[in-house]
Design a protein around this ligand. Structure first.
Ligand code: MN
Length: 297
């Protein structure tokens, strides 16, 4: 009945693990696969640790996406098959464009703060560019105005220098104790918010950590408030308008493309290797029934 009322759909993140690291996966969810081009959101930490290393993501492939590593605390060492080796710290952005194919690893470095907290995000590449050559970029600092940092795309007048291939926003918004912030939104974007820590209200409605709040389109502003302070992730973009097929670390358009990528990974083709890595390719989960694996050579 209230078609014009703003939407606020709350969907709890799914709890899982990635090696030793506990993950709250807020995208994709059965109820929601995409927010603009954003197709994956894992929240991990905060954790404190000693001699163990909570993040140990062995070399693995990607196609069809950009991977986004954004930290709230701690460090991640990124390596890839283009010979990049970059230490990510809080406030910086690691952005990898997988395009046609790349291999990377992400690990807690040997020398570390003993703390880890952050998000891993994927952005689906539009069909016209998803087969481009892979690339990696690191930004040590991102534009910050007041308490808003935009790491991808733009929010109002704040624009990230990072490479994007469709209109979007990815921002961290810090709300101080007792503060209320009007946040400008593009009404042609769909948006979602995800509380990273603290508790807040969105247009007066309470929002809590580890829940994806989908806002739909047609909003030109939201009001974020907090009694005790909060950090909130804002994701948005033009509705993607393409149906993606997502399986393991691959995003494509057809099952055949997924099967071909899986075969290439297992056969040491296409994705390249990280210098010094001599381990056999990371095992892949069984292909879905509809996906016929290619003949292994
Ligand atoms: Mn990855």
């Amino acid at each position: 009945m209230t078609a014009l009322a703003p939407r606020l759909e709350a969907t709890p993140a799914h709890r899982t693990t990635l090696g030793a690291l506990e993950i709250r996966r807020a995208l994709p969810l059965r109820e929601r696969r995409l927010v603009g081009p954003w197709c994956f959101l894992d929240r991990y930490g905060p954790v404190t640790f000693g001699d163990d290393r909570p993040m140990e993501l062995a070399p693995h492939p990607h196609i069809g996406i950009q991977t986004v590593s954004w930290l709230l605390d701690g460090e991640i060492l990124h390596r890839d098959s283009l010979d990049n080796e970059v230490l990510l710290r809080t406030g910086g952005l690691n952005l990898m464009t997988s395009g046609a194919g790349i291999t990377h690893s992400e690990d807690t470095p040997m020398r570390n703060s003993g703390r880890l907290s952050g998000v891993q995000l994927w952005i689906a590449l539009p069909d016209a560019v998803r087969g481009i050559a892979p690339a990696f970029e690191h930004h040590a600092e991102l534009p910050t105005v007041d308490t808003i940092t935009v790491f991808l795309g733009a929010l109002g007048e704040i624009a990230s220098p990072a490479t994007t291939f469709s209109p979007m926003v990815g921002a961290e918004i810090r709300i101080g104790r007792g503060e209320s912030l009007p946040i400008p939104l593009r009404s042609d974007f769909e948006h979602a918010v995800f509380v990273l820590d603290g508790e807040a209200t969105l247009d007066g409605e309470p929002i809590v950590a580890d829940v994806l709040y989908y806002l739909g389109t047609s909003r030109d502003e939201m009001q974020l408030s907090s009694k005790d302070g909060a950090r909130v992730l804002l994701l948005g973009g033009a509705p993607f308008g393409e149906t993606i097929v997502m399986w393991w670390n691959f995003v494509a358009r057809t099952d055949e493309e997924i099967a071909a990528a899986a075969g290439d990974w297992l056969n040491g083709r296409r994705f390249g290797r990280i210098r010094g890595d001599t381990a056999p390719p990371m095992a892949i989960p069984p292909l879905r029934r509809r996906v016929r694996p290619p003949v292994m050579s």
